[in-house]
Design a protein around this ligand. Structure first.
Ligand SMILES: NC(=O)c1ccc[n+]([C@@H]2O[C@H](COP(=O)([O-])OP(=O)(O)OC[C@H]3O[C@@H](n4cnc5c(N)ncnc54)[C@H](OP(=O)(O)O)[C@@H]3O)[C@@H](O)[C@H]2O)c1
Length: 324
């Protein structure tokens, strides 16, 4: 048996989450059991707890472990491996994705983990999860960001944004980060060439200069964004207001995509996907010091429910983590 953070139904974290005793997960033949040292929380995990928008509930349920334990991103020490596993051994320090991360032990496959970069703490390694994949795939695959291009990143201080600023710099782009006053120094410190404080200045009133906007917030319309995009610039609508009801939160990215069909300035939404190749790419970026996960609060495991509630407030400075 082990302790885990269990979800009972959909609702606010303090209403539906609790820490309880569950069976330690079994290891499949191609599986890996990890003693979790840290697990990170991304905003999507909170939407999954709330079950909003409701239309996505089947997908949210698919992210929960059989035991009812939630959480997707871990770093820890391999406790056991299945008989077919050759690349990972007991005692290895690893990070990666799984179901049931917010627990003492989590089972996953050997493909879903990679060696923990030696220059990272367990907390930092656990943060190389959904937010990092989203930043990488958004900029590289959907944004087709090229060296020398100018990219504007909103929500630059958050889970996705702090990875996006650093990855865009590593790709050779000129980076403008948008954040609130308290985060200006943070966003500058992770490499942004220019920082716009949204409480003081509306970036959509500036010059048309951005080849790409990675919008992690969704506070501006496509029309407003067009005025600061280059003539064939692209808006990636990654963020929206916190989801509500059946479809709330999905309207903005959909509207951006549909309303740009006949324009050279494209708007697009995307869904990131965790995969082995990008796990290795992100590992390499961290191991070589090109990016460093930014850690906000570290909560002890006993406060896992509070940790999820905190992330749900939407003011992360980087990524918040549960430590075992
Ligand atoms: N496409 C995908 O597959 C995918 C995957 C993961 C996440 N997402 C989406 O990406 C979005 C961002 O996620 P996240 O994990 O980065 O969220 P997060 O960690 O909660 O960070 C949000 C950040 O935005 C800042 N912010 C709030 N209002 C802002 C504004 N008007 N302008 C600039 N910054 C503002 C917040 O700080 P202050 O409040 O202090 O300013 C906070 O630092 C979410 O909407 C999420 O659903 C999409």
């Amino acid at each position: 048996m082990m302790k885990g953070t269990i979800q009972a139904g959909f609702g606010e974290p303090r209403e539906v989450l609790s820490i309880g005793e569950v069976d330690t997960p079994a290891v499949d033949d191609d599986g890996v059991l990890v003693q979790v040292r840290a697990a990170s929380i991304h905003i999507g995990a909170v939407y999954g707890v709330r079950g909003l928008p409701k239309v996505m509930r089947p997908m949210f349920k698919s992210f929960i472990a059989e035991s009812g334990v939630i959480g997707q991103n871990i770093a820890g020490v391999v406790e056991a491996v299945g008989k077919d596993v050759t690349q990972v051994s007991v005692g290895d320090e690893v990070f990666g994705s799984c179901k049931g991360a917010f627990a003492e032990y989590a089972a996953t496959t050997s493909e879903a983990v990679a060696p923990k970069p030696t220059n990272s703490t367990f907390e930092q390694a656990s943060a190389i999860g959904v937010s990092a994949f989203t930043a990488l795939q958004g900029l590289r695959d959907y944004g087709n960001l090229q060296e020398g291009q100018h990219v504007l990143i909103t929500g630059a201080s958050g889970g996705v944004g702090t990875f996006a600023v650093q990855i865009a710099k590593a790709m050779g782009a000129e980076v403008t980060g948008v954040c609130s006053t308290r985060n200006v120094d943070l966003v500058r410190s992770i490499g942004a060439d220019h920082v716009i404080d949204y409480t003081q200045e509306d970036f959509t009133k500036g010059e048309p200069q951005y080849d790409l906007i990675l919008d992690n917030v969704g506070a501006h319309s496509l029309q407003d964004m067009r005025s600061v995009l280059t003539p064939d610039g692209l808006l990636l609508a990654n963020g929206a207001a916190a989801p509500t009801g059946w479809f709330g939160g999905l309207g903005h990215p959909l509207k951006v995509t549909v309303s740009s069909v006949f324009s050279k300035q494209q708007g697009r939404a995307f869904l990131s996907r965790e995969n082995k190749e990008d796990l290795d790419t992100l590992r390499e970026l961290v191991a070589t010091g090109k990016i460093t996960p930014v850690i906000d609060r570290v909560f002890p495991f006993e406060e896992a429910v509070e940790a999820v509630a905190f992330v749900g407030e939407g003011h992360n400075q980087g990524t918040s983590v549960i430590a075992m």
